[in-house]
Design a protein around this ligand. Structure first.
Ligand code: G3I
Length: 666
């Protein structure tokens, strides 16, 4: 892989950017009192203090005509992307017939307000005029080169225009190349050509590939990862990856966003969120605003946590001007301000994420109406009325005390929704529950009302055995212990517990019970160093029915002593016909001293081939794979963990995944 390209002329722009930051700090002094990131500061002040940008996509009409729009645009943001007017259909609607009026308007506004401009977008299948789409291959490539040379060249010496989306949305949802007129006429070479033309037009500009639905780790983002890796290996000047971030509260948050950004960063590129908005199904409600605010703070927090993330651009800022209702008629309200320019909880969430929560001291409202339902001999379902919070509720702690009085409450779980299922309870037993809410700044609410639950007695006369526990796996294996976990069983009268069975060695011998558990996990201690054991579990119900035994997992304890040892756990994150992604693969230092490197070995089933990897260096010999740490994640303190991941292609119809993960140091 080639190191990141640092063109000589880039230093000119860097100096200007430093000057802009210095200028911002100077301006900020009279406004800010004790701390440079005071609650009164606009978003851009806090972002600049963290070394990031916070930007918005500008619409030219209100920028010219509405004072309220302009005021927020210049006060709150230090970065601008043109929402439409730098696109091909605006800038060159017919061959060599140029219109820079909108683009110039935005660039001039940015220059006047010390904001950086991200050019959007050079080569896209959408908003490109018909005259381009109908060209033959040679003429189309020439048109692309001319367009890039003229448009990028126009701003090449403007210090505010620092970056460009060179190619936009080149993948389909399965990770194949989008069947666009670009691809169908020129093949995938149009991508490398576009980057080379852009570099020639402005050697200083940061050149990005941009797409949507690539925020989490999935087939599409992995295709993008593989493409960026391969382009850079061929010295194609890809400097940056843009994650658009068009999110919707009804589809859930891509919780591996930060990890995804990190794997791209490990390729040596800058990453950025380029078009963030979080739409809701209309109408707005307090609960939807709260969820939306949480999504916004999650995205900003992810960017703050990744050094290579340059900043976050929001796709507009007021609900008065947003593409969402035009495209999704029953959805909207996706931005930080409402249509009357009033700040929404999403604004506060972004603000507080940028200033690291230092200005938010408001606790969420107390969860109420805590109630229990679906009580069995071993489980209960809890639900409550959701809390609200100015920066969004991050989650709930579920607290439990034994009996109907006395004892003390201890946390037994967390939930990001207003419900929770507590399993592994004993039959005929009373428990008390409470919940409390937490926000993104760490403020905790008062506890809810208490609900008392008594589990049922189990099924007398019941003859139905629990389902077989599945996916038994071991993790955190040390020289004397191992942690087992499995997929919980179900049962008509409720599972009361599990028997943990163990046999000596890797084969032979017989299984004997070594413990019980009321949850789907168990820690087996007192083992000998450097020794193999096999484990199985089986479930019991209240009537004494016993399930079949689970799969067998073989564990070899580490060598003990004072040196480092490691364990590994592997998770299949997503799979489809023809492939799967395993991640996170978690490596933990189980020893008593730091380790500086680790090696994980595993087996790929026949016909399976590795097609992508991140945060580790994986080599294969036949079907045996060896993963070594990357340069930045080999050092682990005792107890510390790191993760890596990979993608595999497999024969159609084959549902198996990689297995037999073992970890060793070095
Ligand atoms: O300006 C004309 C107006 O004169 C005309 O009366 C009106 C009639 O439909 O259309 C107006 O143009 C519209 C333009 O937005 C400006 O409002 C276009 O029809 C409309 O298609 C265009 O939509 C833009 C869309 O890209 C085009 O695909 C959205 O504003 C813009 O937010 C959206 O942005 C894209 C990013 O570029 C790439 N990623 C996804 C993102 C959201 O779709």
């Amino acid at each position: 892989m080639t190191p990141p390209r640092v063109p000589v002329r880039r230093s000119r722009r860097r100096l200007v950017q430093l000057a802009v930051v210095a200028l911002l700090s100077t301006f900020a002094v009279p406004v800010l009192s004790a701390s440079p990131a005071s609650a009164s500061g606009p978003l851009r002040t806090h972002a600049a203090a963290r070394g990031k940008f916070i930007g918005f996509a500008a619409a030219t009409s209100p920028l010219a005509n509405e004072a309220a729009y302009r005021t927020i645009a210049q006060t709150e943001f230090n970065q601008i992307t043109a929402e439409n007017v730098m696109k091909w259909d605006t800038t060159e609607s017919s061959d060599n017939n140029w219109n820079f009026s909108g683009a110039d308007q935005i660039v001039n506004f940015a220059v006047a307000n010390n904001q950086q401009v991200h050019g959007h977008t050079l080569v896209w299948h959408s908003q490109t005029p018909g005259w381009v789409q109908g060209l033959g291959a040679t003429a189309m490539r020439t048109a692309m080169q001319d367009h890039i040379a003229t448009l990028v060249g126009r701003y090449a010496n403007n210090a505010s225009v620092v970056s460009w989306d060179v190619v936009n949305e080149v993948f389909d949802e399965n990770g194949g190349f989008r069947s666009s007129f670009w691809y169908n006429t020129l093949g995938q070479s149009f991508i490398a050509d576009a980057f080379r033309y852009a570099r020639a037009a402005d050697p200083d500009a940061r050149l990005c590939i941009n797409d949507y639905n690539v925020e989490g780790i999935n087939a599409k983002s992995t295709a993008m990862y593989n493409l960026v890796q391969s382009l850079r290996a061929q010295n194609v000047p890809v400097d940056c990856v843009g994650f658009q971030g068009h999110l919707a509260t009804q589809y859930g948050f891509p919780s591996d966003l930060q990890q995804n950004m990190q794997r791209f960063a490990a390729l040596g590129v800058q990453v950025r969120v380029t078009e963030l908005d979080v739409r809701i199904v209309m109408p707005r409600s307090t609960a939807k605003d709260t969820t939306q605010a949480t999504y916004y703070s999650n995205v900003v927090n992810a960017c703050m946590a990744v050094t290579a993330c340059a900043g976050v651009t929001i796709w507009g800022f007021t609900d008065k001007y947003s593409w969402v209702p035009d495209t999704f008629p029953s959805e909207g309200a996706a931005l930080l301000y409402d249509a009357n320019y009033q700040q929404k909880p999403a604004y506060t969430a972004v603000h507080n994420a940028l200033d690291n929560g230092t200005s938010d001291t408001q606790a969420p409202s107390t969860p109420s109406s805590l109630a229990a339902s679906g009580i069995t001999s071993s489980s209960v379902n809890l639900s409550w009325t959701a809390s609200t919070d100015n920066v969004g509720v991050a989650g709930y702690d579920i607290l439990r005390a034994p009996g109907t009085s006395g004892g003390s409450f201890a946390q037994v779980g967390t939930s990001t929704t207003a419900s929770f299922s507590n399993t592994g309870l004993s039959a005929n037993t009373s428990y008390r529950y409470q919940v409390r809410a937490r926000d993104a700044a760490g403020n905790v609410s008062a506890v809810s009302n208490t609900v008392t639950v008594t589990t049922t007695g189990g099924g007398t006369g019941d003859t139905q055995a629990p389902s077989t526990p599945g996916n038994l796996a071991a993790s955190g294996t040390t020289s004397s212990s191992t942690n087992l976990s499995w997929t919980a069983s179900t049962d008509d009268v409720g599972v009361t517990g599990y028997d943990i069975l163990r046999a000596p060695g890797t084969s032979g011998g017989s299984f004997a019970q070594v413990g019980t558990s009321t949850t789907a996990s168990f820690s087996n201690t007192g083992l000998s160093a450097n020794t193999s054991y096999r484990y199985q579990v089986r479930a019991r119900d209240a009537a004494g029915n016993v399930s079949a035994v689970s799969n067998t997992v073989t564990v070899t304890t580490t060598g003990g002593g004072t040196g480092g040892g490691c364990s590994v756990t592997a998770t299949v994150q997503t799979q489809w016909n023809g492939g799967y992604v395993m991640q996170p693969i978690t490596v933990t230092n189980t020893g008593t001293s730091a380790i500086s490197s680790w090696t994980v070995t595993f087996t790929l089933p026949p016909g399976h081939t590795l097609v992508g990897q991140w945060n580790g260096v994986i080599t294969t010999s036949g079907q045996t794979a060896t993963a070594k740490n990357a340069a930045y994640n080999g050092s682990l303190a005792p107890g510390a963990s790191t993760t890596f991941g990979f993608q595999v292609a497999r024969p159609s119809g084959d549902n198996s995944t990689a297995s037999g993960f073992t970890c060793a140091t070095p």
